[in-house]
Design a protein around this ligand. Structure first.
Ligand code: PLP
Length: 391
């Protein structure tokens, strides 16, 4: 059975060249990067080469990169590293559409007595930089607003936010997990102090990520142990993972230099246009503003998104909804509801996200399947039948 994977914002396959780069570090080169003998020096050198490569993707110095166990840890390190031990009153500004790695960290901060402002977004999913400016207080210590949204791909005006933060002397963190490798990132242009990336969203392995920490910034560590990562993240380095992240960053950088982002956007746009053309009562969530090139989030009124995900999966196409299942009930996505979508439309929305492994044939396969499956589900839905006049 043909299987096509269009859920690359959930995770991406490790590219063959990335796998080949990491493979020797499971066997031949197994040393602890903190050991002073030959074995340790070999892996230390590999870790430092990977650090250079990640820094190259982000436009920073290698010494400003801290390796972590992934995006969630990097987000948490940015937020708690900045905020723990800060005298009250203290205040953080974030947005309602952040990933839970940021949202739940902020909720935890509130429990510790910190004030958090959750900025709204407009109908396209963007934060208004003027809202950031207006939310500033004398006690504001941190602004954390993501670069690209995982559900819609919508890009936030991070350069404008970075400028506001710099003028106010407030630290700025951006979660760039879904932006890295898809759009060019330059921490100097964004003027951010902290920036998160994750290996498995850029064709590296799961369980490795990095935090950019601007030179001179004091962060409280979250883990106590050895003095790894310049005492910013204790624990023996995940050498194969870090080597793979370095390789994935190099591949991502090369892809951007070679216009891979434009090819990706063309594939995404073809998929989107074909679906919209063939189906009525559909539309793109966040389609009116700049997005990362691999993502489109489409609503199909009068169906349940979860039902469509399952129907497509049975035919070999893997996609996803942003919905979360809590206590047996399907909650509409917090991102789409923050954008003002009614719950039914939010539940009827599906995310399609492409990766480097996807081909034009994959897109053809999706285009051949989606209208048919949506049509069938609408046939089964009394509302769909009535509204769309199908009998
Ligand atoms: N931030 C964003 C925007 C994400 O999409 C994700 C993963 O889906 C994360 C953070 C968490 O990264 P990780 O899975 O590496 O912990």
């Amino acid at each position: 059975m043909q299987r096509v994977y269009l859920d690359n914002n959930a995770t991406t396959p490790v590219l063959p060249e990335v796998f080949e780069a990491m493979r020797p570090y499971f066997g031949e080169h197994f040393g602890n990067a903190s050991s002073i003998h030959h074995h340790g020096q070999e892996t230390r050198a590999a870790v430092e080469r990977a650090r250079e490569s990640v820094a190259g993707l982000l436009g920073c110095q290698a010494s400003e990169i801290v390796f972590t166990s992934g995006g969630t840890e990097a987000d948490n390190l940015a937020i708690f590293g900045m905020m723990s031990g800060v005298a009250s009153p203290s205040h953080v500004i974030t947005s309602t559409v952040e990933h839970h790695a940021v949202l739940n960290a902020c909720k935890q901060l509130e429990g510790l007595g910190c004030d958090v402002t959750y900025l709204p977004v407009d109908g396209q999913g963007q934060v208004d930089p003027q809202d950031v400016r207006q939310a500033l207080r004398p006690s504001t210590r941190l602004i954390t607003v993501m670069m690209a949204n995982n559900e819609t791909g919508v890009l936030q005006p991070v350069e404008e936010i970075g400028k506001i933060a710099a003028e106010a002397g407030v630290r700025f963190h951006t979660d760039a997990v879904q932006a890295a490798g898809k759009v060019a990132i330059d921490v100097g242009r964004i003027r951010c102090d902290l920036l998160t990336i994750s290996g498995h969203k850029i064709h590296g392995p799961q369980g490795v990520g990095a935090l950019y920490v601007k030179k001179g910034m004091q962060l409280r560590p979250m883990l106590y142990g050895g003095s790894h990562e310049r005492s910013r993240r204790a624990g023996t380095e995940n050498v194969p993972g870090i080597v793979a992240l370095g390789k994935a960053a190099a591949v991502a950088r090369q892809g951007l230099e070679n216009g891979g982002d434009r090819t990706m956007a063309a594939m995404r746009d073809r998929l989107q246009a074909a679906v919209l053309e063939k189906l009525e009562a559909t539309g793109v969530n966040g389609g009116g503003v700049d997005r990362v090139p691999n993502t489109t989030n489409i609503y199909f009124d009068h169906i349940e998104g979860e039902a469509l995900v399952i129907a497509l999966d049975l035919k070999g196409l893997a996609v996803s909804t942003g919905a979360a299942c809590s206590s047996g009930a399907i909650e509409p996505s917090h991102v789409l509801t923050a954008m003002g979508l009614p719950p039914d439309r939010a539940r009827a929305s599906i995310r399609f996200s492409l990766g480097k492994q996807n081909t034009a044939e994959d897109v053809d396969f999706a285009i051949s399947l989606i209208p048919e499956m949506v049509g069938r589900l609408r046939e089964l839905s009394p509302l769909g039948k009535a509204v769309l006049g199908k009998h």
